[in-house]
Design a protein around this ligand. Structure first.
Ligand SMILES: Cc1cc2nc3c(=O)[nH]c(=O)nc-3n(C[C@H](O)[C@H](O)[C@H](O)COP(=O)(O)O)c2cc1C
Length: 325
């Protein structure tokens, strides 16, 4: 049994896999294009960028792929409106809005005929998104990497959100192999969004040291931190996290470098700076966002190989069910 296609509005992806947008500068043109070239949906993470940088990455992805390319941007960033509008002007196929809820984004996307899929973590917000005109919702459970909107598991949210809305539901958080994809699809999801598995790929723009830290990670190394955005975040334990817990990280407003990039920031430390440091390979002073199941990733593989394995595992899981039926 082959993987089903993923239909979101007018879009049709050959495989039901969205590569989750990963800031800061983890999912850029090379990763998004590689996933799109394999038939999935590739997302460039716009949070932490200014408009010209985002436009450059969208154009580069278009050069590298004829597939489905979109952006992910956090509603919490101050540049949210200008980044979405620039992406729409560049004719991206889909906008994924995470970390917060924006009413305006539905109107902007509808007018431009660009698909819109917000990230939701509850039945209430999934219904709200459908009412505002979302083409799909991406349900993200507590297993996910990055900012978390819930303490509930992907698997407990899935049946309730599938039941509550008529639009496609994409499951995200803790999806690592083809068996997980099969479980999500048989549970009513139209597709999955995967972050961490693609962050640890050859095409991801994280530094080699970042990827190696993930490969070396054990399940007990994954922790929850408090993000200045006002949400918890899932990350790898590191020297930075240790200092954070001890209250030893100064906010860079105190040292004169704050550019007020977030709409609301607790200013207990600068999360963008910490994520950028890690993305560049500074493992001493950087912060690595990762999903709960990072400890199961043992190799840095190409996107082609990751997707080949996902498809094989899915087929095996599906044939197992058929064999016992
Ligand atoms: C390094 C990293 C950065 C992320 N950055 C963002 C982001 O900028 N915006 C967003 O909506 N989600 C972000 N996420 C969440 C992913 O898009 C995705 O939904 C999540 O990682 C899925 O869970 P998984 O990692 O278990 O597959 C990030 C995740 C990781 C691991």
């Amino acid at each position: 049994m082959n993987l089903p296609k993923l239909r979101i509005g007018e879009l049709e992806a050959a495989i039901p896999i969205i590569q989750g947008g990963m800031a800061v500068r983890i999912s850029l043109a090379p990763l998004a294009a590689a996933v799109a070239n394999e038939g999935g949906i590739g997302l460039i993470a716009a949070s932490g960028m200014r408009v010209p940088e985002l436009v450059r990455h969208i154009r580069e992805a278009r050069e590298l792929s004829d597939g489905i390319i979109g952006i992910n941007v956090m509603v919490a960033v101050k540049e949210f409106a200008s980044l979405v509008k620039a992406a729409i002007q560049e004719r991206v196929d889909i906008v994924v809005a995470g970390a917060g809820f924006s009413r305006d984004v539905f109107k902007w996307c509808r007018e431009a005929k660009v698909a819109i899929a917000p990230i939701v973590s509850s039945v209430r917000v999934a219904k709200l998104a459908e009412m505002f005109g979302a083409d799909a919702v991406i349900l993200e459970g507590k297993e996910a990497g990055g900012h978390l909107g819930t303490s509930e598991s992907t698997w407990s949210l899935l049946p309730r959100i599938v039941e509550a809305v008529k639009i496609p539901v994409v499951a995200a958080g803790g999806i690592l192999n083809g068996r997980d994809i099969f479980r999500a699809i048989t549970g009513g999801a139209s597709g999955v969004q995967m972050g961490t598995r693609f962050a640890v790929s050859e095409e991801s723009s994280a530094a080699q040291a970042w990827k190696e830290a993930c490969v070396k990670a054990k399940p007990e190394d994954v922790v929850i931190i408090e993000s200045p955005v006002g949400m918890p975040g899932r990350a790898l334990f590191s020297k930075f996290v240790k200092k954070l817990y001890a209250g030893e990280i100064p906010h860079h407003e105190d040292i004169g470098r704050c550019v007020t990039c977030l709409k609301e920031c607790k200013k207990n430390y600068c999360i963008i700076e910490a994520l950028v440091r890690a993305q560049r390979g500074d493992m001493e002073r950087g912060l690595i966002f990762c999903g709960e199941r990072v400890g199961e990733i043992k190799e840095i593989l190409s996107v082609k190989e990751i997707i080949k394995r996902l498809v094989d595992e899915y087929i095996l899981a599906a044939s197992g069910v058929t064999a016992f039926a």
